[in-house]
Design a protein around this ligand. Structure first.
Ligand SMILES: Nc1ncnc2c1ncn2[C@@H]1O[C@H](COP(=O)(O)OS(=O)(=O)O)[C@@H](OP(=O)(O)O)[C@H]1O
Ligand SMILES: Nc1ncnc2c1ncn2[C@@H]1O[C@H](COP(=O)(O)OP(=O)(O)O)[C@@H](O)[C@H]1O
Length: 207
């Protein structure tokens, strides 16, 4: 890193956010495969988009088709996957966006490493806490069945660890309640932390 000096440009994150009428933030969805990360993040992004937010959703399955297509599911590869995603998310937040991410991100250390890239309050950890038994019964991609048969190794929750977050800002169990209520709860939280700047009314968010 020596001989490399950070260049402070005139247009900064605050200016980019202000132009979009929002305070940039990263919403980090973590949870088991099949817990509902993509569904929740996708529904929240749709709601945000409809209210005029400028957003981007980084999704594990998609990122692994490109930026991280050289990585597998060993703990080392997951670390590298999440290191890259954290840095990309930081650039996107810096560009003024409301960024959502949906990655299993199984260890506390990995999640805390991403959190440490952001100032206090700009990284919001959302634990999608749907129990393993429910995720396994959903099994939308048939991966749990393969993992139980030993056809997939290092499968999260079966043959690879998932460390439950200890200090997530929000916890949502998608086996309880309905998607609209969950999205409204997330929107209400975003309103409370003043992501909308200047504040605007959010219909349906119960506030
Ligand atoms: N061994 C193993 N363990 C867990 N998941 C597996 C595995 N192999 C493939 N898949 C599929 O990859 C998706 C998870 O990728 P992520 O990038 O989110 O994982 S991680 O954060 O790096 O742990 C995950 O997507 P989701 O089901 O959407 O979570 C799976 O579809
Ligand atoms: N909020 C929800 N309420 C009820 N069922 C859900 C919800 N979110 C997801 N599901 C169910 O769980 C399955 C897996 O969801 P998905 O978003 O793909 O999980 P993940 O991204 O965590 O792997 C979906 O196919 C759907 O059937």
């Amino acid at each position: 890193m020596s001989n490399i000096v950070w260049h402070q440009h005139a247009i900064d994150q605050a200016a980019r956010g202000a132009q979009k009428g929002q305070n940039p933030v990263l919403l980090w969805f973590t949870g088991l495969s099949g817990s509902g990360k993509s569904t929740l993040a996708g529904a929240l992004e749709r709601a945000l988009f409809e209210y005029g937010f400028h957003t981007y959703l980084l999704d594990g399955d998609n990122v692994r088709h490109g930026l991280c297509n050289d990585l597998g599911f060993s703990l080392e590869d997951r670390d590298e996957n999440l290191r890259r995603v954290g840095e990309v998310a930081k650039l996107m937040v810096d560009s003024g966006l409301v960024v959502l991410s949906a990655f299993i991100s199984p260890t506390r250390e990995e999640r805390d490493r991403v959190r440490a890239l952001f100032p206090q309050g700009q990284f919001v950890e959302v634990h999608v806490s749907t129990p393993l038994s429910v995720c396994e019964s959903r099994d939308p991609k048939g991966l749990y069945a393969k993992a139980r048969k030993g056809e997939i190794t290092n499968f999260t929750g079966i043959s690879s660890p998932y460390e439950v977050p200890e200090s997530a800002e929000l916890t949502i169990d998608t086996s309880k309640g309905d998607l609209d209520t969950q999205v409204n709860g997330l929107m209400a939280y975003l309103k409370a932390i003043e992501v909308l700047n200047p504040p605007r009314e959010i219909a349906g968010a119960g506030i």
